[in-house]
Design a protein around this ligand. Sequence first.
Ligand code: KG4
Ligand code: ZN
Length: 335
Amino acid sequence: MNIFAIESSCDETSASVVKDGKHILSNVIASQDDLHGPFGGVVPELASRRHIEIIDKVAAEALKSASMTWDNIDLLAVTQGPGLVGSLIIGISFIQGVSYRYNIPVAGINHLEAHLTAGLIGKTDVQLPVLGLIVSGGHTMLIKMDDMRHYAKIGTTLDDAVGEAFDKVAMMMGLGYPGGPRISALAQSGNPKFVKFPQGLIRSPSFDFSFSGVKTAVLYHLKSEDHPMPEKRKADIAASFQYCAVSVLVKKTMRAAECFKINTITAGGGVSRNPLLREQLKYYCDKYGYRLILSDPELCTDNAAMIAALAYHYQDKAVYAKNTALDPMPNMVLI
Ligand code: KG4
Ligand code: ZN
């Protein structure tokens, strides 16, 4: 079964062809970082306009590099939510056009569920249940996966998402957008113990997170420094913030694994590209004997391959655009 998917929920336009839910034949990702960078964050109206401009080209490239035409596609898929409504509409309208023209059914997919399951693509020997850590620009969640489509929420952020905290701290430090990769690059030459920032809710027995405290602590710390700051000092602050954010994610994940007796752990979403998070998860999973499943870095951030792969498990929900319209769901929840 060849599945073609579009992901356009935020500021990446992506198209992919995945065979049988596990073989990624193409995964084209057009980033809009250049467009939003000068504004310090995603400008929704500009994002939708860029999606309109390039979606045809991205889709054609994904088909071509998979050596396919629309006639070879058995199922279409698209991110239905959550995301920016204008951006979602572009992807959904495009895919519905294809569904109408070529008479192919289309499945609407939850973006968060796709992040949760991206690490499992192509893995046939995964023992359930799986503990999933979703860490993106808009969400921070711990999920117990009992099976595909059967999830329980263990914890969530009470305020900022961890990716949002990375982006805001980067902004306060004048590093620009997107902040996560810039903080992690700068942190490489810094001392993670330079400032001890507060690890939100670390003493709480719950599996919820809070990242607004560390963000404020970084702001006050920056005010106490002399400006302009030497590069080394900036690196120390970036490293200290990253260490704080990653530590709390890893500690809560390990505690949840122990509490719910789950031996397999996965992580998805943009922040799971972070080298320190990947390294720390690996260190503690090895230490406690858990299996860690992480996807390749390009499957952590927004991409259509994760949408196509997940759609394999939602064939029963697919509809024909000529009969049923898919509505964008900007606030779509996972559970
Ligand atoms: O999953 P994603 O691409 O989009 C959303 O669904 O939100 O995640 C984007 C987030 C941004 O906040 C970005 O700063 C963060 O992922 N991110 C990182 C890294 N790469 C991307 N955060 C920390 N370290 C990274 N290397
Ligand atoms: Zn995402």
